[in-house]
Design a protein around this ligand. Structure first.
Ligand code: ADP
Ligand code: MG
Length: 444
């Protein structure tokens, strides 16, 4: 394979890894997806390599489909994906290796995830205070500390921050941070190589055990069982345990009752969805870190528009900054709009076509049924076109989908309506005001 083809492939793989990180989050990404390397492309088959046989099988059964879909959006010359062992690793049981590789633990930690970089606000102040307390005290005050909240709200960040703090202040304390998925992987692997004694010894010798995304082991009975025993052994020895999940202990599904109840024994702290103030604070801090001047208006715009989660918010800012550096132009509201078009749409996805039809019908005093009817009188046809236009702009629905919602019309009819309204808005002030007002009503 020529050098340029290879570097092309590597470039593609890097951008795919970026997407995988966004989709799966740090913990899963670091355990499974980051270690994959691109090997080559042979005809229509792209080959990736995994560090060992178990990881290869795991990735094949859990992530390969998704990786393939993303790869295809970037590179349409291939249709198959194969995952092989990396050249240095032969298919052999790794009995001579320690069951858990200690070096992996610290390389698991993201250097940016420290307390210094964590912005505190109402939604996360309890979780933050609890994390600090656990990090700073030498005796165990509550066990376990259970952090829970939605995706991208800072659970992993706080856990890494605790780990960094403890390793810095007490280098001798043995701290283990791992995703529940990795815990399960280590456990299954220990079973397979008949080395469960080493596994147990290893986990029971730690001072601080952190397991991220514990919801992952829901429904996995033997892993839960093992985890339960490890948990009890550590609590008995007064070692600190920190757990994160996407739900509170009692809401975890397909989790053994006794484990749920154990998980809720210590301090349960939830992280609430972000507020505008917190999002703005995080953007300011992130912009400082990037050493870029971002106009306050742009930060305010991002904070108000991207409310889903912090990972997405950060991603948006990074994109805007990267774009401005690349093209060598200042960041403006307009460039921000352009760069983030797809993301902004996704965040507006909450508006449904039904709502649009209802509001537009109310606004023009026509019946909602007129949205679906074949009537062509201007008094109903124009408002209908406005509703079609707004459906295209405010939702992520495709033209055929929108057509179906308007009495089974063809997608070309929708396209025509979109063009027509755009044309009218350009020439007719009244139409422009109507549409803007309607968008405002629908978006708030
Ligand atoms: P979770 O584990 O809850 O899914 P993460 O901890 O991975 O979320 O956070 C997602 C991203 O948002 C990370 O890049 C993290 O640094 C950032 N982040 C989350 N909360 C904060 C915060 N309060 N201050 C600064 N950055 C944050
Ligand atoms: Mg996480």
């Amino acid at each position: 394979m020529s050098y340029s083809v290879r570097s092309d492939l590597e470039g593609q793989w890097q951008s795919i890894q970026g997407r995988l990180l966004e989709e799966y989050g740090e913990a899963t990404y670091a355990s499974w997806l980051k270690p994959l390397c691109i090997v080559d492309q042979q005809k229509d088959c792209i080959r990736l390599s995994a560090p060992d046989a178990f990881a290869r099988d795991w990735v094949k059964s859990h992530y390969a489909e998704r990786v393939k879909v993303i790869l295809q959006t970037i590179n349409d010359t291939f249709s198959q994906l194969d995952i092989i062992l990396s050249a240095s690793e032969e298919e052999k049981p790794t009995v001579d290796k320690p069951i858990v590789d200690i070096t992996e633990i610290s390389s698991n930690l993201d250097t940016r995830f420290t307390f210094d970089n964590f912005v505190v606000g109402k939604p996360n102040e309890l979780a933050h205070a609890a994390a600090r307390k656990v990090a700073e005290s030498t005796d165990v005050t509550f066990n376990p500390l259970f952090l829970y909240g939605g995706v991208g709200l800072g659970k992993t960040h706080l856990m890494h921050a605790i780990a960094w703090h403890i390793t810095k202040c007490h280098p001798k304390r043995k701290v283990i941070y791992m995703s529940a998925e990795k815990f399960m992987y280590q456990f299954v692997r220990a079973l397979r190589f008949k080395d469960t004694v080493a596994f147990k010894d290893y986990f029971r010798s730690v001072d601080v055990l952190m397991i991220d995304d514990v919801q992952f082991i829901s429904g996995k009975e033997s892993t839960q069982e093992e985890f339960f025993h490890t948990f009890n052994a550590l609590v008995d020895q007064n070692r600190q345990i920190i757990i994160s999940a996407d739900k509170s202990p009692s809401d975890l599904e397909r989790m053994e009752e006794r484990l749920k109840s154990r998980l809720g024994w210590g301090l349960v702290a939830d992280i609430h969805p972000t507020t505008y103030e917190l999002r703005l604070g995080i953007l300011h801090s992130k912009a400082d870190q990037l050493e870029t001047v971002v106009p306050p208006k742009v930060l305010e715009f991002l904070a108000s528009k991207i409310s889903s989660n912090i990972r997405e918010l950060e991603g948006a800012l990074t994109r805007v900054v990267a774009h401005s550096t690349l093209v060598g132009r200042e960041i403006t509201l307009e460039s921000t709009h352009d760069v983030l078009r797809d993301l902004l749409r996704a965040n507006d996805r909450r508006v449904t076509i039904d709502e649009i039809q209802k509001k537009v019908a109310e606004y023009y005093s026509i019946r909602v049924s007129d949205m679906h009817s074949p009537r062509r009188a201007r008094t109903v046809a124009r408002p209908r076109q406005v509703a079609m236009y707004l459906s295209k702009i405010l939702t992520s629905r495709s033209l055929p989908e929108i057509g179906r919602k308007f009495g089974g019309r063809d997608h070309t009819t929708i396209l025509h309506a979109v063009k027509k309204i755009e044309e009218l808005m350009a020439n007719d002030k009244r139409m422009c005001e109507d549409v803007e007002l309607l968008s405002k009503i629908l978006e708030t």
